[in-house]
Design a protein around this ligand. Structure first.
Ligand SMILES: O=C(O)CCC(=O)C(=O)O
Length: 270
């Protein structure tokens, strides 16, 4: 399912596109689930658009919802090729699920997804930590395809997390300010792909990424992003991360238990 070239691209560039990972039925179930969540965002959800702009919304932890949308996300977590793809790219012997997130940019949403790394937002450390970003619509740069700074996961840089909706940071968070990527990174080092529903981008937890608004007047830009932890990913109880549910977790050990189950390889040994 994952060839050597994809593994090399993931390791060297920090992001790689995987074509046709999800089938049409899965994509449709996720579209229905995302639509339901859009009408009923959780307390972790956000709206980022200003009045008069197209909607830009995100939500998290859909797989924990008791409703049909939750069931669709749980099915994606437990019964799709995503976990195995993450394991093979990271070279992990086993993979745990961290959490799921969705990002919807309706036509005319101009608010960008700011340049950021994911790991500074998360109470984790390790190298085998990745996301799989899965669009539910055809997407290109004009409609808000995510862009990745090639190789930016390798430099040992750690950028301070910022709230997406403004310039404020997380209390106690460490890291240097994000440089002006648009002014300093050559276009050849900005990776992005035109994608179809069912494709996915796998990306390292430290690769710098961001997205423009959705300038397409007709096409929605809905995406789900699932996060995975491999062998060396452990709980890092530092200040300034997003407030995940880490009750009972032990610093220095993998996040585990019902919220962070082992998904691959598939057996009952959670
Ligand atoms: O879809 C987006 O605009 C942002 C995606 C992202 O930052 C992520 O999946 O980590």
């Amino acid at each position: 399912m994952i060839d050597e070239e994809s593994i090399r691209r993931y390791r060297e560039d920090g992001a790689v596109v995987l074509r046709g990972l999800l089938d049409a039925g899965t994509v449709q179930r996720l579209r229905d689930a995302v639509q339901a969540v859009l009408g009923d965002l959780s307390p972790h959800g956000n709206e980022y658009a200003q009045p008069g702009e197209g909607r830009f919304a995100q939500d998290m932890f859909m797989a924990q919802r008791p409703d049909a949308a939750g069931a669709a996300f749980r099915r994606l977590v437990h019964d799709s090729p995503l976990a195995e793809a993450a394991a093979r790219l990271m070279g992990a012997r086993q993979v745990r699920f961290f959490y799921d997130q969705m990002f919807v940019k309706e036509p005319g949403s101009v608010a960008p997804t700011p340049w950021h790394q994911d790991l500074p937002y998360w109470p984790l450390r390790g190298d085998q930590i990745c996301g799989l970003w899965c669009p539910l619509d055809s997407v290109d740069l004009d409609s808000g395809a995510v862009e990745y700074v090639r190789g930016s996961h390798l430099g040992g840089r750690w950028y301070r997390p910022q709230h997406f909706g403004g310039a404020s940071g997380y209390d106690g968070a460490s890291g240097e300010p994000m440089p002006d990527i648009d002014a300093t990174v050559d276009a050849r080092d900005r990776l992005s792909w035109a994608m179809e529903p069912g494709d996915a981008i796998a990306f390292h937890g430290l690769v710098v990424h961001g997205a423009g608004g959705n300038r397409n007047a007709q096409r929605r830009r809905r995406a789900v992003s699932l996060r995975w932890m491999g062998d060396d990913a452990v709980f890092d109880d530092r200040p300034g991360t997003y407030p995940f549910d880490v009750a009972g977790q032990v610093p220095g050990l993998p996040l585990q238990g019902e919220l962070y189950p082992r998904i691959w390889p598939t057996d009952n040994n959670r």
